[in-house]
Design a protein around this ligand. Structure first.
Ligand code: ADP
Length: 245
């Protein structure tokens, strides 16, 4: 199972907006995400990153605009029909269920058979380096282990796209750096298109193929980490990226 079962897919965001009353949380955002790319949405708190991610995941309906996966419009599809895996901020694991039951949940939703579920749960636990943890209770796990379980649950049904909302913000600095490398390796191995949200410049520069910088709901610049650092489009980006130094 080292080869991805399905090829990575590109995502196209076109003129996407989300308004809450008079507040323009996301305003007229357009960009493409390449198949297999690791893209980070970066920006200060309140710049619209999570709102954009929630629209891609299907938990928030755009005010206007279009989201396509490989040319197929998805804005009208419910979350479970989008073939998207999601790691939520603070993980959103079910505390009363075992590790195995947490990871099996997306497979049960999709009515997979018992043998396949057992096999896939074992496989993804190995991938996140927690082989043999099926029967543990979530409440007995450390922060880093919970983060790995959330990741395992997000990828267990082999989604074409992986979304992560501040996946490392609950971890201490040292563990954060370890997990940055591990998640990036897993992304490369599985070949999924990944979109991750962070307000941490260093994390974005370390993990991403490209970074989309947001300011007040608008896309300020999208570029590779080195281009962003060397050729910031304006003073806001120069100052914001400069804070990581
Ligand atoms: P970020 O993820 O960059 O911190 P958010 O996308 O969470 O930013 O928020 C962008 C703006 O939209 C903020 O001003 C926030 O208060 C507002 N916002 C987000 N969700 C809602 C909501 N459900 N209702 C009203 N305002 C919201």
């Amino acid at each position: 199972m080292n080869q991805p079962a399905t090829p990575a897919l590109p995502v196209q965001i076109q003129q996407l907006s989300k308004h809450f009353g008079s507040l323009r949380a996301v305003e007229d955002v357009s960009f493409d995400i390449r198949a297999g790319e690791f893209l980070t949405l970066l920006g200060p708190s309140g710049s619209g990153k999570t709102t954009l991610l929630m629209m891609i995941a299907g938990f928030s309906r755009p005010t206007r605009g279009s989201i396509r996966i490989a040319d197929q419009e998805i804005v009208h599809l419910p979350p479970h029909k989008r073939n998207i895996g999601m790691v939520f901020q603070n993980y959103a694991l079910f505390p009363h269920m075992s590790v195995g039951e947490n990871i099996a949940y997306p497979l049960r939703l999709r009515k997979r058979g018992k043998a396949e579920i057992e096999e896939r749960v074992r496989h993804v636990l190995d991938l996140v380096q927690l082989g043999g943890y099926q029967d543990r209770k979530v409440s007995q796990l450390s922060g880093g282990q919970r983060q790995r379980i959330a990741l395992a649950r997000a990828i267990v049904f082999e989604p074409r796209i992986l979304l992560m909302d501040e996946p490392l913000s609950a971890l201490d600095k040292q563990l954060r750096e370890t997990m940055q490398i591990e998640i990036r390796k897993l992304h490369d191995r599985l070949g999924m298109t990944t979109i991750s949200v962070t307000h941490d410049q260093r994390e974005a520069l370390t993990m991403s193929d490209r970074i989309a910088v947001f300011s007040h709901g608008r896309l300020a610049q999208i570029a590779s980490p080195s281009d962003l650092y060397e050729k910031p489009a304006n003073r806001f980006i120069a100052a914001f990226i400069g804070e990581s130094a």
